[in-house]
Write a protein of this length. Structure first.
Length: 323
C-alpha cells in the first residue's frame, strides 16, 4: 500500500510517499481502508518531534511509528479478534495509527459509524478537533445557557467546533480570530467577533464565564484579566514560539500550580478519545447543530504541504488529506 513515511524527526519535508505492508488488526482493532485523514497541529508536533517532551512517548531518537496521521474516515476492511461492533464494509470515522496511508489500524473503541450527512472528507475533520472542543465546552468548561463564552482561535479546527457547541448550548459566544476569518466565525454562530490584530481581549473590561484558548500564546496573567471572578479558563494545547523542550506547554503546568491559589479555575485540557464521544458528535452533526469546516483538501502525496499550511495558522477550520 502507499503511505507517507518518516524515518526521522524533522520538518514536513522528511515525509516520503512509499510502498509499505498493509498492517494487520490485532485484538480489539479494526483495519480501515482510509478515504480521508485529518490534519492538525498534533500531527505536526509528532512529525517534527517538537517540543522534545513529545519524544518521551513517540521515540527519543526517531519516531516509533513511521507513518503519521491520527484522524481518519473510511471503510472497514477487516476486524481483529473480539471486535463485534463492526464488520467489513461499514463506513466509520475516528482515530487510529498511521492514517496518512491507504490502510490504517484503529482501536474499535475509538471508532464510530460515520455520520450519514457527511462526506468522508468532512468526517475526517471531526474526530480529534471535535472531541477536543466537546471536552472543552461541555466537560471542562461546563458551559450553560446564558453564560458569556470567549473562544480564542475561533476560526481553527478546535475553535470552529467550540463556537458551534457553545452556541448550541445557548451561551453568548465571542470568537477571537484573524481578519480573514471574521465572517466564517460569525457564520458558525458567534454573537460577537474580535479581530486580534486590532483589538485586545481585555479591551472594554468585559469578563467571561468561560474562556477556551486554542491559540496557546497568551500568558496566564493576560487571560485572567478577561476571566470572570468565578470563571473557568480552559487551555487547549500550546503553540508559543521558543523553548524546544516545552514550546508553550509549560503554560499548562503553571496553570495547574496556580489554579488553587486564584479565583476561578485554570484547567489544562485532557481530551480522551472514545466511541461514546464520537456518537455524541454524530448526534449533533446529524441534527444540524454542528458541522465540520473543511478548509482545503490535499492528495496524500502533498501531505507535507498540508502540515505546513496548518503550522502557519492559515487554515479556516480543518485541513484534510484524501487517499
Amino acid at each position: 500500500m502507499k503511505a507517507m513515511v518518516q524515518d526521522r524527526y524533522g520538518p514536513p519535508d522528511v515525509l516520503r510517499l512509499r510502498d509499505v505492508e498493509v498492517p494487520a488488526p490485532a485484538d480489539g482493532e479494526v483495519l480501515v481502508r482510509v478515504h480521508a485523514a485529518g490534519v492538525d497541529p498534533g500531527v505536526w508536533h509528532l512529525t517534527t518531534g517538537l517540543p522534545y517532551a513529545v519524544r518521551l512517548a513517540t521515540g527519543l531518537r526517531r519516531p516509533r511509528h513511521r507513518v503519521p496521521g491520527l484522524d481518519l474516515a473510511g471503510v472497514v476492511e477487516a476486524v481483529g479478534p473480539d471486535v463485534t461492533q463492526f464488520a467489513p464494509g461499514d463506513e466509520v470515522f475516528g482515530t487510529g495509527a498511521g492514517s496518512y496511508a491507504e490502510y490504517a489500524v484503529a482501536p474499535a473503541r475509538k471508532l464510530a459509524p460515520k455520520p450519514r450527512n457527511l462526506t468522508f472528507a468532512q468526517a475526517a475533520a471531526v474526530p480529534i478537533s471535535g472531541q477536543t472542543a466537546l471536552h472543552a465546552i461541555r466537560g471542562a468548561g461546563g458551559v450553560r445557557a446564558g453564560q458569556q463564552v470567549l473562544v480564542i482561535g475561533a476560526g481553527g479546527g478546535v475553535g470552529s467546533f467550540a463556537v458551534q457547541l457553545a452556541s448550541a448550548l445557548g451561551a453568548r459566544v465571542t470568537g477571537v480570530c484573524g481578519p480573514t476569518k471574521l465572517d466564517l466565525v460569525r457564520s458558525l454562530g458567534a454573537d460577537d467577533v474580535v479581530d486580534y490584530t486590532r483589538t485586545d481581549i481585555t479591551d472594554g473590561g468585559r469578563r467571561y464565564d468561560v474562556i477556551v484558548d486554542t491559540g496557546g500564546n497568551r500568558s496566564l496573567s493576560h487571560l485572567r484579566q478577561a476571566l470572570a471572578p468565578k470563571g473557568t479558563l480552559v487551555l487547549v494545547g500550546g503553540e508559543a514560539s521558543g523553548g524546544r523542550w516545552l514550546q508553550g506547554f509549560d503554560r499548562q503546568l503553571r496553570a495547574l500550580l496556580l489554579s488553587p491559589f486564584v479565583n476561578g479555575r485554570l484547567l489544562p485540557l485532557v481530551s480522551p478519545e472514545s466511541a461514546a464521544h464520537l456518537a455524541a458528535l454524530t448526534e449533533l452533526v446529524e441534527a444540524g447543530k454542528v458541522m465540520p469546516v473543511v478548509d482545503r483538501v490535499w492528495p496524500l502525496a502533498e501531505a507535507a504541504d498540508a502540515l505546513r499550511h496548518i503550522a502557519a495558522g492559515h487554515a479556516r477550520g480543518k485541513a484534510v488529506i484524501t487517499i
